[in-house]
Ligand binder design. Structure first.
Ligand code: NAI
Length: 258
């Protein structure tokens, strides 16, 4: 069967998803800026924060998967402790440009999965700002405007994941004629290296309170299971939507349960 391209394969959720897919017989082509030894399939080392890095990935995937791809998992992401341009370029523009750029390789029944976050559940209230940024043709201009907008600059990670929710619906619409599905997965806090940065960014107590409520943080495998399901050809009618995988955190916090 055709391979699945997966970004962020060197760590955390991406590494767990690559391992799970491989154990189920899929061929995975991993992409990351960090070299990785624990990866069985083809590996492309690239920096997804620049258009040049993204073009290089598309070119290499075209060579490695001449018959096309069964799927694309946009898992690579950076926390809000990284510079604003990096957060927005990797978390938003890389998802958009990689998906659009790989259109020729994504045949009928292919599946694309983007990593959003449970923190972005209220994204529709800022859909206009997300649209202006995430769909902007001029990336440099959009990044400059975002840097000047304090609401975005002070919450770059949140905004980037709200944009992923918007982009998921947008890309699903763009690909509907090609019969390619595009969905997102929204984890709550997951025990991976990024979690320490979230604690710095959002406050230790807020992040830790999730584990107190739920008994633990999510394991990367808890998220990988859902990503792998969406990438498979089973959920053929699930398209343009988001699956929250947060152990019930958002439901609890927005409920009246004391
Ligand atoms: P992680 O830090 O363990 O892995 C992220 C991977 O992305 C790393 O291997 C890193 O090298 C790669 N990456 C970052 N920037 C890159 C670039 N410019 N070019 C190529 N590769 C790059 O983090 P984790 O937890 O596995 O996160 C995966 C995704 O899940 C991210 O999009 C993250 O925002 C999202 N997420 C994570 C949550 C968590 O609590 N861990 C919660 C909600 C969403």
């Amino acid at each position: 069967s055709l391979p699945i391209a997966l970004t962020g394969c060197a760590s955390g959720i991406g590494a767990a998803t690559a391992a799970l897919l491989a154990s189920r017989g899929y061929t995975v082509i991993g992409i990351d800026r960090t070299a990785t030894t624990g990866f069985a399939g083809d590996f492309i080392q690239a920096d997804l924060s620049t258009p040049a890095g993204i073009s290089a990935v598309i070119e290499k995937l075209t060579t490695l998967a001449p018959q096309g791809l069964a799927g694309l998992a946009n898992i690579a992401g950076v926390p809000g402790t990284a510079p604003l341009r990096t957060v927005l370029s990797v978390n938003v523009f890389a998802v958009r440009e990689l998906t659009r750029g790989l259109a020729p390789l994504l045949g009928e029944r292919a599946s694309v999965v983007n990593l959003a976050s449970s923190v972005a559940f209220g994204w529709r209230s800022v859909a206009e700002a997300c649209r202006d940024f995430a769909l902007a043709e001029d990336q440099d201009q959009a990044l400059e405007q975002a840097a000047a907008d304090t609401a975005i600059a002070e919450n770059s990670y949140l905004f980037s994941k709200q944009c992923v929710r918007l982009l998921t619906e947008q890309l699903a619409a763009e690909f509907v004629g090609a019969r390619v599905r595009v969905n997102s997965v929204s984890p709550g806090p997951v025990q991976t290296p990024i979690l320490d940065d979230f604690k710095k960014d959002h406050g230790q107590d807020k992040v830790n309170s999730a584990a107190e409520l739920l008994g633990r943080f999510a394991a990367p495998e808890d998220i990988a299971e859902v990503i792998a399901y969406l990438l498979s050809s089973q959920p053929i009618w699930v398209n343009g939507t988001d699956v929250r995988v947060d152990g019930g955190l958002v439901a609890y916090r927005s409920s009246s349960v004391p």
